[in-house]
Design a protein around this ligand. Structure first.
Ligand code: LMR
Length: 399
């Protein structure tokens, strides 16, 4: 049965994590996988999470099943976090929400749902997009198409080309996958004006927006990062949104996320929810409970909520500071290239814009790790390694 199998290439991001672990260089720097790191290079357990876990240990009375939709309280709280209290209340009757095993679980269940409702639908993804979008969505049998997105010249978005491609080739019922904020891998985000234009495009053409919101709070702020998404949800008849608590709650391994599905009419919501929960039941039956219990505990306790928001604020401002430091550090070394786009971009990632050979050389000569595309995780920088990284980069750029 297994004799014909050939080993598949490892996921590039996960392989990089492994190779970094095995590297014994004392000054090695990990700018690869997208996990937040503090000044000491640790991915910390957030204090709010730690306290919520202690409350749960004291108060939890059962480990019984929670059912395919997951925790209703978590679903309600995460909807408010994503959409804001007012819009969440207004759309309540049209929303089917499921707690999912991380953002990945939400993406796959969204794809399965789309496939069963609209088998001929195609999903339009940005060029480039997060590498795992391809197997997560394509694996459900949905064809993927790409639209132009990142402008390597300016570090911004090729918005005119993006809209022109979609206008020309996207059909009613196709899905338009957008990164809600902090675009992965480029860090180049849509402006509020561009979100409005996309909303108008979707309304006019019947293309259905599908939002991946994995970094809410790590760009400009929790509400600011969701502004475009909220405008869109307030306007369109149908939409899907996946949310992840991996980065903003630091709950990576607890696999905590949500899928929100907006139906055109309140009368359709029950049928949509039932299709979604049946899909979940046939895949993983129901989500793990712990991470969602932590999130709902934080969001339900005023003090924990405040603590969490201030910790998240600290993470965001640290990343913004590192963006400035990297640009200034490269300028100070007289590199003959403009890296100011790094300061204008958002979230954990930016492309350095160097070649795969230069990426390899940085790794070989300095043990500085990044994805082959030259995507770096800014949070992997720190006061300790910043000079080392700038020196390494300057030396390969000057060659
Ligand atoms: C990343 O892009 O590095 C993260 O989202 C982690 C992952 O699973 O790829």
């Amino acid at each position: 049965m297994f004799e014909h199998l050939q080993a598949k290439p490892a996921d590039p991001i996960l392989r990089l994590m492994q190779e970094f672990r095995e590297d014994t260089h004392p000054l090695k720097v990990d700018l690869g996988v997208g996990v937040y790191k503090d000044e000491q290079g640790r991915t910390p357990l957030m204090q709010a999470v730690d306290r919520a876990q202690r409350i749960l240990v004291e108060s939890e009375l059962t480990k019984s099943y929670i059912g395919p939709p997951g925790s209703p309280l978590f679903n309600e709280q995460i909807t408010r976090l994503v959409l804001g209290a007012g819009l969440a209340a207004r759309l309540q009757d049209r929303l089917a929400v499921a707690q999912t095993p991380g953002g990945c679980g939400a993406l796959r269940m969204a794809a399965e749902l789309i496939k069963s409702c609209q088998p001929e639908a195609r999903v339009w993804v940005s060029d480039p997009t997060w590498a795992n979008h391809v197997p997560l969505l394509g694996g459900a049998g949905l064809p993927l198409e790409t639209y132009p997105y990142y402008d390597a010249e300016t570090g911004g978005v090729r918005f005119d080309a993006m809209l022109a491609t979609l206008e020309k080739s996207a059909r009613a019922g196709d899905l338009l996958l957008l990164h809600g904020c902090c675009h992965n891998p480029s860090g180049a985000d849509l402006s509020n004006q561009q979100w409005q234009e996309i909303t108008e495009f979707c309304l006019r053409t019947g293309v259905v927006p599908f939002i991946d919101l994995a970094y809410q709070g790590l760009g400009q702020g929790l509400d600011e990062d969701a502004q475009g998404v909220r405008y869109l949800f307030d306007s369109v008849p149908e939409a899907l949104l996946t949310s992840s608590c991996s980065k903003n709650f630091g709950l990576y391994r607890e696999r905590t996320g949500a899928l929100l599905v907006l139906s055109a009419k309140a009368q359709q919501t029950q049928a949509t929810a039932s299709e979604l929960f049946t899909t979940i039941r046939s895949h993983y039956s129901m989500p793990p409970a712990h991470g969602a219990a932590v999130v709902e505990t934080i969001l339900m306790h005023t003090q924990l909520d405040e603590l969490w928001r201030s910790e998240l604020n600290g993470m965001r401002t640290r990343i913004q500071y590192l963006r400035q430091q990297l640009n200034q550090g490269l300028q100070a070394r007289g590199v003959d290239r403009d890296f100011s786009f790094i300061e204008r971009q958002q979230g954990m990632f930016s492309f350095l814009g160097i070649s795969p050979e230069q990426v390899k050389q940085l790794r070989k000569d300095f043990s500085i790790y990044m994805v082959e595309s030259s995507r770096i995780n800014l949070a992997g920088l720190s006061a300790q390694n910043l000079d080392y990284v700038c020196d390494g980069l300057a030396s390969i750029l000057k060659e």
